[in-house]
Design a protein around this ligand. Structure first.
Ligand SMILES: NC(=O)c1ccc[n+]([C@@H]2O[C@H](COP(=O)([O-])OP(=O)(O)OC[C@H]3O[C@@H](n4cnc5c(N)ncnc54)[C@H](O)[C@@H]3O)[C@@H](O)[C@H]2O)c1
Ligand SMILES: O=C(O)C(=O)C[C@@H](O)[C@H](O)[C@H](O)COP(=O)(O)O
Ligand SMILES: [Zn+2]
Length: 368
């Protein structure tokens, strides 16, 4: 078995470690204990994860003398809303979670984002630990401190930057993920190669089909992704510049998630993968990158058995103008101008506000 890897996120007084390895859940008590002022934590999770991984976590905490109470929320993107946020915050208050206490988010990106936001606003800020249980959460959402919930008007529009105090990514818990959720998370892994690391994308082309069943390759993919994200977040914690590159595919993806009602029709990572394909197509159409680049992105998504076109999203989609209107809520917008993450090639993304709406509409139309 491969030894755990630690990626440090050096953010001064908000610095923390991301630990990645097999069997970390069973050692969670020992890992979390040094953070505690008193031996108790509040755990928040979702129903699917609770059935599979809550007991082992609570046993591991108990083994180190740490008491825990757990709140189980409904699973799925629909949970990232005001009602569930309120339920979570009220429960944490009921548990008398104090300023010096620690909240544990056990689950995928939905739980991590919602619980992180609850921790950010509870008593004006308590610490939290991320225990990510999806591939997406391990490579992306548990790191970097973006927390929040959705609005019908757009994705993640209500939130705060609030860094976790520790991230424990046990790669073994990914064994229980559905194929669909694993592949959706893979959308964010591929994104890292596409936005800034052509060699990593090449490695993924050779190895990604084996990730699901090879723990060593999986650990490498998670650790490499986390290291890339940690580097970007360290240089630009609050997205004043470079961090926007992590949004590759998201201007499209978030509009599509809003258009499909944050439902099972389109998972976040699926929207990101389709969005990456569209961002590369748009870049090629604008003469910014060679046509081989979007073809290569498309071929890789196909190789992984992933959807790459709008026409593969089940059900009706709004027309192109409505999708573009939804993009207007994107957080990268400045002075009402859309800003897109485009690419000069695989591994070479940049941010641009010079996208012609007619070309954008044409790319959307042709992707249907
Ligand atoms: N904060 C960030 O930087 C950031 C980054 C990327 C994505 N996100 C957000 O993350 C969310 C998507 O996260 P996600 O894809 O993890 O979705 P998710 O949290 O809904 O998890 C996907 C599904 O897998 C189940 N599940 C979780 N762990 C499991 C396990 N080990 N075994 C079996 N089932 C398990 C969940 O119950 C759920 O049904 C979106 O809301 C997205 O906006 C945030
Ligand atoms: O961490 C970031 O920065 C990202 O953009 C990572 C994305 O994968 C993630 O989906 C994030 O939540 C999107 O951020 P948003 O600001 O566009 O909501
Ligand atoms: Zn994302």
């Amino acid at each position: 078995m491969t030894d755990p890897v630690t990626v440090h996120v050096p953010l001064g007084e908000r610095a923390y470690d991301v630990r990645i390895g097999a069997g970390l859940l069973a050692r969670a008590g020992a890992q979390i204990a040094p953070l505690l002022a008193r031996p108790r934590v509040a755990v928040v999770t979702d129903a699917n994860v609770a059935a599979l991984h809550l007991r082992p976590l609570q046993d591991a905490l108990r083994a180190e003398g740490i008491d825990s109470e757990a709140l189980v929320l409904p699973a799925g993107e629909g949970t990232k809303n005001w009602d569930q946020l309120s339920a979570c915050v009220e429960w944490l208050l009921e548990q008398q979670v104090e300023r010096r206490d620690v909240v544990v988010a056990l689950g995928g990106g939905v739980i991590g984002d919602l619980v992180g936001f609850a921790a950010a606003i509870l008593r004006r800020g308590v610490r939290f630990v991320q225990v990510p249980t999806t591939l997406l959460a391990q490579v992306d959402s548990s790191v970097g401190g973006k927390t929040g919930i959705n609005s019908a008007k757009g994705k993640n529009l209500i939130g705060a930057f609030h860094q976790p105090s520790l991230v424990l990514a046990d790669i073994n818990v990914l064994d229980t993920l559905s194929e669909r959720d694993f592949l959706a998370g893979y959308g964010e892994v591929a994104k890292y190669g596409l936005l800034g690391d052509a060699a990593f994308f090449g490695w993924l082309e050779d190895n990604a089909p084996l990730l699901r069943h090879d723990a060593g390759l999986r650990q490498h993919a998670v650790a490499h992704s986390v290291a890339m994200k940690a580097g970007i977040v360290t240089r630009d914690e609050t997205e004043q510049g470079e961090r926007a590159l992590l949004n590759l595919g998201h201007t499209f993806g978030h509009a599509l998630e809003a258009a499909t009602g944050y439902s099972d029709r389109l998972l976040h990572g699926e929207g990101v993968a389709i969005g990456c394909a569209l961002a590369f197509e748009l870049s090629a159409r604008m003469g910014l990158c060679p046509q081989e680049a979007p073809s290569r992105v498309m071929a890789h998504l196909r190789q992984m058995g992933m959807a790459a076109r709008l026409s593969e999203i089940p059900g009706e989609l709004p027309d192109d103008q409505e999708l573009i209107r939804l993009m207007g809520q994107d957080k990268k917008v400045i002075d009402g101008r859309l800003r897109f993450v485009l690419a000069h090639d695989v591994g070479d993304a940049f941010v641009s506000d010079a996208v012609d709406r007619a070309v954008l509409a044409e790319v959307l139309r042709e992707a249907r």
